[in-house]
Structures are given as structure tokens and as C-alpha cells.
Design a protein around this ligand. Sequence first.
Ligand code: SF4
Length: 370
Amino acid sequence: MSHGTGAGSSGRMICWFNYEPPRNRIQKSTVQVIHGGVNLTDEMTPEEKAELISIGSAAIDPELLPPALKTTATAGPGAGGTSFFIRSGTRRVRLSVNPNSPLRVVKEGDGVAVLRNGVVIAHGILERPLCHCPRQAYITISERCIFNCRFCPVPKLQGSVKDIPTVLRMVEETAASGELEAISLTSGVAESPYRETERMVEVVRALSCRYDLPIGVSIYPTWRSSEDLYSAGAAEVKYNVETMDTRIFSQVCPALEHPFILSSLKKAVKIFGKDHVATNIILGLGEDDACVREGVTELASMGVIPILRPVAASPLRQGEITIRRPDPDRLLRLARMSREIFTTFGLRPDRAKTMCLLCTGCDITPFRDV
Ligand code: SF4
């Protein structure tokens, strides 16, 4: 789908791109290009986004970040950290708050500028997350996990498990904004993958009979997870394969089954259809580009969209894993490579309706960013 506009829960059309460049802006170190009255240098370029994503964090004055503009992750490698979103034209970036980051976000007119070594490298506006990210209620059901993937802080946090009334209340609160486009659900594995799927199916059923919105689910798969989630009303699934390097997989995800995740993805495409099944491949675990290319090709040939996700260092995993966050060149090179492969297999990530392919805040997303 196009992300230029979208229908909120109220059916009202929402304009995404009503961003007006702030006045009195700090000048970027580039020549300004005016076209049709629009200042094209205001829109973040893929190169600028890649530079921000490769660092992934920024220092920001707390006064610029009232509670409504920040979010705390409860799932995945960023769990426990506070983040905010910058939107510029059609692009969005999520940055975690880090006073020691080489990036600094400062106020600039009605928006913000991102500086590195005192030089402005991007402009934008701070975008309000609804629940975890803008335009979505992205909710973590079980904030705990019996598995112990070496990059993930969730097993160390051992948070709560939300019941259905809690989830319904959270979605209701975000729907009241009039900006809600999608409901996305994720979860650790609190007791077993089977119990987690059951719990997720119950949540999806409760939501799908109340909201006419696409629902996306990211969990560890089980034999019947795709059939049961689809019957309950889910529109999309994401089963994370984490890496296509099986040697690295066995080291970082010792309790998970790589072949089972792949076969579950393949089956999911038959049920949810092309463009509606995704998987994360983490970049920075020691894999090389050839392995990423082969992996993206294998997944795309199955109709699955791999999301190339830069690894995030968690302080709770210090000393347990060696990681290397990809530099901007690698991020762009692999995103452009993915776009070519997706084109070969007729895949379009911009048709996805939920979760990270709708948000795009953490990745360089083919057909959205490059
Ligand atoms: S891309 Fe995914 S993980 Fe990142 S902020 Fe958006 S929804 Fe969250």
C-alpha cells in the first residue's frame, strides 16, 4: 500500500506528509535545491538515513522530549531503552536516547536538526509514537522469554504478560488519537511456543472483532500458528530467522530451530500471501555479504520479505556476544541488493500493512527508502 495516506480507525483519511520546513533553519553543508516551491534538501536522503541508522542513537535535550514523544521498547534487542522518532519527508528514523552518542539532536525552528561533530547531517520533525511506534499500536504480549538468544535482553528483563483487557485498553487509547493504521503484536515465549501461540490467537480474535484494521503478529512459530492466527483475523506474520548463517545461528540462538523457522515461513506465504510474511535477518553478527545475498534470495524465492536489521548492543548482554553494527555503506549496499532481488521475485515491502515494514524506523527498507 502507499504510505502517503491511510485510513485511521475512524475511517478519516490522514495526511502523512504535511511537514512544513521550519523557518530559521540551521543550514546543511549542501547546496539548497528548490523545485516546484519545495526545498528538496529538506527531505532526508537514503544516505543520511543510513548514517543515522548506522549509529542508531542520539543525545537529545530532555526538554525536547516530553513523554508523548518518546517510547520504551519492551521486546527485541532494544528492550528496556528509550527511543524517539524523526520524520523527514517520506522517511522515518528511530533513535535511542544516548547522551554519549556522536549524534546530537537540537531544536531548529518547529523541527529538529541532527548534528555530528557540529555539522548538520539531517533535518526533520519529532514524530509522536502511538504505542511503540507512530501510526501503530505495536504491543508486546509476553515481555519475558524462556529462550536465551545472545543478542536479546528480554530473557534478562523477565517482564510481565499482558492479559486481553490490558491489550484492549491499550489499543482503545491509541485508536482515540485518530491516527491508528495498524495493530501489531509481538511476544517473547513465556512458557512454551504452543502456549504463546494460543495466547496470541486469543488476543487477535478479541481485537479483530472490534477493529477493522490490519493485524500483524511476530512470534516464534509452531506447527499451526499460521493457520490459527489467520483464522483468528491476523493479516500478516513475521517469524524471525535472525541470521541465514547457520553456524552463527547455532551459537547465538542455541534453543531455536532454523529449518523449522524456514519451513514455517514457507507455509505462512501459502496462507497470508506474498508481501505479507516477513522475517528479520540481523546484520552485524559476523555474517558476510555473500551469505546475506544468498539468504535474501532464498527467502525472497519463497515469497518471504527479509528485513535487514542492524544489530543493537544491549548492556545486559555485554561480554556474551561480539557484534558489529553495519556502517552506512553496507546498509545501503545490502538494501539496494535486496531491492533488486525483490524485483526479480515480484515482492513489494511497501505493500505490507503492519509491523516494521509499515514503520521502517529501524531499517533501510527497499521500495520505501531506496
Ligand atoms: S521498525 Fe519495527 S522495531 Fe523499529 S521502531 Fe518500527 S516497529 Fe519498532
